[in-house]
Write a protein that binds this ligand. Structure first.
Ligand code: F6R
Length: 616
C-alpha cells in the first residue's frame, strides 16, 4: 500500500531513493515519483507504471541534490495518472510530500484551502495535506528555538483524520526532511552521515542496519546534523536504535526468476529458522521465549481466538484444526476485518492471537486493538520485527523467515503453519498429550524441512503438469479437515497470480453446489492423502470423473488410487498430521507459480494487489 523513501545525507539522493523504491515496489506499482531539493528548488519526476519507468524519467533530469523523497503508489484516491503520482507539491511551490495512507477528511480540507486561494493539480487526498502544510507555514511566526517547517507539519496533522506515513521537503530548508506516521509504518535508518526514512527496512538495509521504528503519532525532523523525534503533543522522544539482523542479500532475488520462486524454494530453511531453539530440552514439547504469559496462566485458558487476513487467515484455520485435534481446546477463527466490527462475544478465559506476516495489515491491527480494548491479552504470530502489530501485542512469536517480497505469500504461510503446529503441541502437552506422543510430534515437526525438500524436487514434473492446465479459466481446489484451508490457500494463490477464477471447498461440500461447475473445462485439484477417510475422498473424485471433470490428485506415497481415477497425480511423502498441511501446500504453490509463468503473468506484482494492506 504505497512505499515511501526519504534521504538526507551527502550522496546523490535520487540514486539512493530509486534503489529504495525498487525494493519497496511490492507495496504498490501503479506509479512512482521522486522529488529532490537542489539549490533551493524542488526537482520532480513522476511516471505511471513501474519504478523502471521512473528510473528512465529521472535519468533525463540528472538530479544532483542530496536531500529527497520518493514514492511508489497503490492508488486509492484518483486514477493511475502521472498527475496523481506522488510526490505532490504545494501550489506555492514550497513543499513536496509523499504519503502512504488515506486522508479521510481531505474534501473539507480541500474546500477550506480552495477558499484561501490554494490550487490543486491532482485528484488525490494527499494534495490537500501538502497545501495544508503550506498554509500553516505561511501562518506560522518564525521562532528562534523552533523549526517552522516541523511546526507547520505538526499543526497540519492535528487537522487530519485518517492514516498516514509521510515525508516532506521544504525549499526554505534545503537539507532537511520531516516525516510522520499514524497507522502507516515508518522506519528511520541511521547511517554513516546519512539518514533514510522508509516504509520498511528493505529500502535501507543496503546502507545501514541501525534503525529506529517510529511509533504512531510521532514526527521526526532530520537535518544533516542528526534527527529529533517528537510526539504530536510536542513531547521529546528518546529514540531506541535497533540492529536489524538480516542482510541486503536476503532481499535479493539471486538466481531465481521471481521472488515467489525463491521464497517457495527457501521454505526448508525458513521452517528450520521458525523452529530453531523452540523445543524443550527433553524433546517432547515446544517452548516460546516471548509469550509474556506464564505456563500456569496459559493452562487456564479455556478458548483461543485467532484472527488474520487472506493467507494468514488460512493459517489460522489450519491452527484451529490442530489445536482442537491435539489439545482438545476450542478455537474460534475470524477474519480480522470482520472481527473488528462484529462485536463478537468472547469467553472470559480466551487468549487472542493475531497472525500477520507484515505486522502492518490495518484490519489485523484493528482487530487486535479491539480485542485489547475488550481487555483480552493478544499474542502475535508475525514475521516483521518492530512492526506495529509486534509492538502493540502483549507478546508473541516471530516467524524468523526473513523478508518476504513476492506479493503472494508462500514461506510466511508454511512458517505460520509451523508456529500453529508448535502451539498445538505446547497446549496439548499441558493437557492430555503424553510424553511419548510429544516426542513423536516433535520429531515429526523436525522432519518437515526434509519432507518439503522432497516435494520441491518434483518441481520439474509439477511444471509440466502446470503447462497442461495453463489455459483454463476456472479451477476448483478441494480438501478435507486440515487440508480444507490448504485448498483455500491453493485457490487464493492461483487466482491472485494467474487471474484464473479458483475456489476452495471442503471436498464433501462439492455435491451441495460446486459440482454444478464440474466440466472438462473446469479441472479440480483434489487433496486425497492416505487417511481414515481415504475411501470417502476417492468416492468424491469418482463423482467428478463421472461428470467428465479433470482431476489433479495430491496424495501420499503408497496410497492406492483406483486406476484411471486421476488425470495427474502429485505424490507427497507420508507424514504426521501436524506436518501434512505444510507438505501439502508445496505442490499447490508450485502449480500456481508455474501456471502463472506459463500465462506470462507478472508473478511478483499481480495486478491490483499490494503486499502490505495498510488501508481498510
Ligand atoms: C496472499 C497474501 C495476502 C496476505 C494478507 C495478510 O498471498 O499475501 O492474502 O496474506 O494480506 O497479510 P499479512 O500476513 O501481512 O497480515
Amino acid at each position: 500500500m504505497c512505499g515511501i523513501v526519504g534521504y538526507v545525507g551527502k550522496q546523490n539522493a535520487s540514486a539512493i531513493i530509486l534503489e529504495g523504491l525498487k525494493r519497496l515496489e511490492y507495496r504498490g506499482y501503479d506509479s512512482a515519483g521522486v522529488a529532490v531539493l537542489d539549490k533551493g528548488e524542488i526537482g520532480l519526476a513522476k511516471k505511471t507504471g513501474r519504478v523502471d519507468n521512473l528510473v528512465k524519467e529521472a535519468a533525463r533530469h540528472k538530479f544532483k541534490g542530496t536531500t529527497g523523497i520518493g514514492h511508489t503508489r497503490w492508488a486509492t484516491h484518483g486514477g493511475v495518472t502521472d498527475a496523481n503520482a506522488h510526490p505532490h507539491v504545494s501550489s506555492d511551490g514550497r513543499f513536496a510530500l509523499i504519503h502512504n495512507g488515506v486522508i479521510e477528511n481531505y474534501d473539507s480540507i480541500k474546500k477550506f484551502l480552495l477558499s484561501k486561494g490554494y490550487t490543486f493539480a491532482s485528484e488525490t487526498d494527499t494534495e490537500a495535506l501538502v497545501n495544508l502544510i503550506a498554509y500553516h507555514y505561511q501562518k506560522e511566526t518564525p521562532q528562534p528555538d523552533k523549526s517552522r517547517f516541523l511546526e507547520s507539519v505538526r499543526r497540519s496533522l492535528m487537522h487530519v483524520e485518517g492514516t498516514y506515513g509521510i515525508a516532506v521537503l521544504c525549499t526554505d530548508c534545503p537539507s532537511e526532511l520531516v516525516s510522520a506516521r499514524k497507522a502507516s509504518p515508518l522506519v528511520l535508518g541511521v547511517g554513516d552521515g546519512e539518514f533514510i526514512i522508509a516504509s520498511d527496512v528493505s529500502a535501507l538495509i543496503s546502507r545501514t542496519q541501525n534503525v529506529v521504528y517510529l511509533k504512531d503519532g510521532e514526527l521526526v525532523h532530520i537535518t544533516p546534523k542528526g534527527f529529533t523525534i517528537i510526539t504530536q503533543t510536542e513531547e521529546d522522544v528518546s529514540p531506541i536504535v535497533n540492529q536489524v539482523t538480516w542482510k541486503a542479500e536476503d532481499a535479493d532475488m539471486g538466481t531465481f526468476a521471481h521472488f515467489m520462486e525463491k521464497e517457495i524454494f527457501e521454505q526448508p530453511a525458513a521452517l528450520e529458522n521458525t523452529m530453531r531453539g523452540r523445543f524443550s530440552a527433553d524433546g517432547s514439547t515446544a517452548q516460546f521465549g516471548g509469550l509474556n504469559i506464564t505456563p500456569v496462566e496459559f493452562r487456564q485458558i479455556d478458548r483461543f481466538a485467532f484472527c488474520g487476513c487472506g493467507t494468514a487467515w488460512h493459517a489460522c484455520l489450519v491452527t484451529e484444526h490442530l489445536i482442537e485435534r491435539f489439545a482438545r481446546v476450542p478455537v474460534e477463527v475470524d477474519y480480522a476485518s470482520e472481527f473488528r466490527y462484529r462485536n463478537s462475544p468472547l469467553d472470559r478465559n480466551t487468549l487472542f492471537f493475531v497472525v500477520s506476516q507484515s505486522g502492518e495489515t490495518i484490519d489485523t491491527l484493528g482487530a487486535m486493538r479491539e480485542a485489547k480494548r475488550k481487555g483480552y491479552k493478544v499474542l502475535a504470530i508475525n514475521n516483521s520485527v518492530g512492526s506495529s502489530i509486534a509492538r502493540e501485542a502483549d507478546g508473541g512469536i516471530y516467524q524468523h523467515v526473513g523478508p518476504e517480497i513476492g506479493v503472494a505469500s508462500t514461506k510466511a504461510f508454511t512458517s505460520q503453519l509451523m508456529v500453529g503446529a508448535m502451539m498445538a503441541l505446547y497446549i496439548a502437552r499441558m493437557r492430555d498429550m503424553s510424553y511419548s506422543d510429544g516426542i513423536i510430534y516433535v520429531n515429526a515437526l523436525k522432519s518437515a524441512p526434509d519432507l518439503v525438500r522432497r516435494v520441491l524436487q518434483q518441481a520439474p514434473r509439477i511444471k509440466e503438469i502446470a503447462q497442461r492446465y495453463a489455459k483454463v479459466s476456472d479451477m476448483l481446489f478441494l480438501g478435507r479437515l486440515s487440508l480444507f484451508p490448504v485448498a483455500l490457500e491453493g485457490a487464493l494463490k492461483l487466482k491472485e497470480i494467474s487471474y484464473i477464477h479458483a475456489e476452495g471447498y471442503p471436498a464433501a461440500e462439492m455435491k451441495h453446489g460446486p459440482i454444478a461447475l464440474i466440466s472438462p473445462e473446469c479441472p479440480t485439484v483434489f487433496f486425497a492423502p492416505n487417511s481414515e477417510i481415504f475411501n470417502k475422498l476417492v468416492s468424491s473424485i469418482q463423482e467428478i470423473k463421472a461428470r467428465h471433470g479433470k482431476v489433479i490428485v495430491i496424495t501420499t506415497e503408497g496410497a492406492q488410487l483406483p486406476d484411471g481415477l486421476a488425470d495427474d497425480i502429485i505424490y507427497i511423502p507420508e507424514c504426521h498430521e501436524a506436518v501434512l498441511p505444510i507438505v501439502a501446500t508445496i505442490p499447490v504453490q508450485l502449480l500456481s507459480y508455474y501456471i502463472a509463468v506459463a500465462r506470462g503473468c507478472d508473478v511478483d506484482k499481480p495486478r491490483n494487489l499490494a503486499k502490505s494492506v495498510t488501508v481498510e
